[in-house]
Write a protein that binds this ligand. Structure first.
Ligand code: BES
Ligand code: MN
Ligand code: ZN
Length: 516
């Protein structure tokens, strides 16, 4: 999708769709609306009245432009009251607008008409970025493998986006151009995460994730470096939790490590992103039933989100150092598979009794976090499709958020809100920690059915905090939000790319703080 800020009149703009933002109850104050209506013998005004289109937030009305504009179709979208327009109301309106575009036969070139932002709390930079990002996220089509053999034909896609910036100052125009670019990088990252997590496990293997990580580094213009730690190295490192989870799989494990260093130089603060990268979770010998296994090709959604996010951070050239860690493996069962009752001496030297081979994610995260701590990260956010139980809390709307540091949790929660993703912070009451105790080892990998999401968080927390060199940490349990069986907001059915935008906003806020 090409994206450009253009200087063009409504009449001369060549486009398939012209999106016109309309403030509620003020259609005729809009110079764009007036122009289109005037050139079309008041058709637009009469049509809007006939359809009760008043500009209420999220209303849409599409109309053949009939020569009033160089565009083929005019799509009016209600923005709600002018004094209430902010990032959130703009997003709601754009979601509706791009859903309407998605329903069109040939969206092709889509143009956003000039919009006055006076009296709103939005800037043209924010408008451009949001327009660009939401176009990309809503134009997403699942990476299916349909052929044309049986009645299938590809639907039309948005090919290019234009934002008309005539009438704005040169400075504002260039900010709008930057916004279009940044929004494109954000949408591309979200869509990359969605694609990876929609891919069949047969294709999206640990080796595939490693190749994606390598190509992110290769395409970063030297700002991202990639280290891939293979099986022999993992043995030498003592990454026994990852190796044991991997034992039943014919595919080798890999510990992926990406490092982003801003071109302006490394920063003192180093964000650590850790993603759960189970490319298929059969449950292991504690085999999942069919229903529970059906979506387990997506058990690497956290990994996908962290890889995609660091790529976007580099494209946005944020002045903050970021590292990303993914312990990638399948969780399978065969004669070599790890067993309930086994004791694993993990990389962090903590001894873990395997209570349930289906609680594999926290084992791989344990090694990834132990390793991350040796690589100089100053805080950690992990993203993991960790527990089915988290759906009892946030449903498919909010990810569970657990932390050892209230201030850092507040920073991450704020970034999520800014990013239009929802978190449900959950307190970690100390009385629950004991559920992970066992007489056979330091800790066991399942705390049982009571408060399963919190006991899982307590397990991970042991690895964040052992040895005294604790770092601020937030764990996002995305088992309910990484994929859904319904469309929601800017997300399609299936993989959502949840967490990508939160991580990007977190990096932005860390970069801002760093600059001060
Ligand atoms: N990958 C699953 C969790 C999951 C469930 C993710 C549903 C997405 C949707 C995880 O590895 C798992 O199996 N968790 C167990 C933990 C239990 C054995 C302690 C669970 O949630 O049942
Ligand atoms: Mn599992
Ligand atoms: Zn899992």
């Amino acid at each position: 999708m090409k994206r450009n800020a253009i200087n063009s009149g409504l009449k001369s703009v060549k486009s398939d769709v012209l999106i016109v933002g309309c403030y509620e109850g003020a259609l005729e104050n809009s110079s764009t609306f007036k122009q289109l209506n005037g050139a079309g013998n008041s058709l637009l005004k009469r049509f809007a009245a006939a359809e009760d289109f008043t500009g209420k937030n999220g209303q849409t009305l599409s109309h053949f432009a009939d020569g009033a504009s160089g565009a083929q179709t005019v799509l009016l979208v209600g923005l709600g009251e002018r004094n209430k327009l902010n990032l959130q109301t703009l997003r709601t309106a754009l979601v509706k607008a791009f859903r309407a575009v998605r329903g069109m036969k040939r969206p092709g070139a889509v143009t956003f008409a000039p919009l006055s932002l006076a009296g709103t709390s939005l800037t043209h930079l924010e408008l451009a970025e949001t327009f660009s990002a939401y176009a990309g996220m809503l134009d997403y089509r699942i990476n299916h493998q349909k052929t044309a053999k049986l009645r299938f034909s590809e639907p039309g896609r948005i090919e290019s986006l234009q934002l008309i910036t005539s009438g704005l100052s040169a400075k504002t125009r260039s900010l709008a151009g930057l916004g279009l670019h940044n929004g494109g990088a954000i949408a591309d990252a979200v869509n990359l995460a969605r694609n990876l997590s929609n891919e069949p496990a047969k294709d999206c293997t640990p080796q595939r994730l490693a190749a994606v990580a390598q190509s992110i580094a290769d395409n970063s213009g030297g700002t991202i470096t990639c280290k891939l730690h293979g099986k022999a190295e993992l043995e030498a490192m003592g990454a026994n939790a990852l190796l044991q989870v991997n034992a039943g799989s014919p595919l080798d494990p890999v510990l992926i490590e990406l490092t982003y260093t801003p071109s302006t130089g490394a920063t003192k603060e180093v964000l650590g992103f850790v993603g759960k990268g189970i490319t298929f979770d059969s449950g292991g010998l504690d085999l999942k039933p069919a229903d529970g296994m059906r979506n387990m090709k997506r058990d690497m959604a956290g990994a996908a989100a962290t890889l995609a996010a660091i790529e976007a951070v580099a494209k946005l050239q944020l002045p903050i150092s970021v590292k990303c860690f993914v312990a990638a493996t399948e969780n399978m069962c065969d004669g070599k598979a790890y067993k309930p009752g086994d004791v694993i001496h993990t990389m962090g030297s903590i001894a873990v009794e395997v209570d349930n081979t289906d609680a594999e994610g926290r084992l791989t995260l344990a090694d990834a976090i132990a390793y991350a701590k040796t690589q100089g990260v100053t805080c950690i956010v992990d993203l993991a499709t960790l527990t089915g139980a988290v759906k009892q809390i946030g449903g498919d709307v909010a990810a569970g958020a657990f932390s050892n540091d209230d201030a850092f949790l507040a920073v991450v929660d704020k970034a999520a809100t800014r990013a239009d993703e929802k978190l449900q912070p959950i307190r970690m009451y100390d009385e629950l920690r004991g559920f992970n105790d066992t007489e056979m080892a330091d800790v066991k990998n399942s705390g049982g059915a009571l408060a399963g999401s919190t006991t899982a968080a307590f397990f991970i927390r042991e690895f964040v905090e052992y040895g005294g060199n604790t770092v601020p940490w937030v764990h996002l349990d995305i088992a309910g939000t990484a994929f859904r069986d319904r469309e929601l907001g800017a997300d399609p059915r299936g993989a959502t790319g949840f967490g990508v935008r939160t991580l990007i906003e977190l990096a932005r806020s860390a970069a801002r703080k760093n600059r001060k």
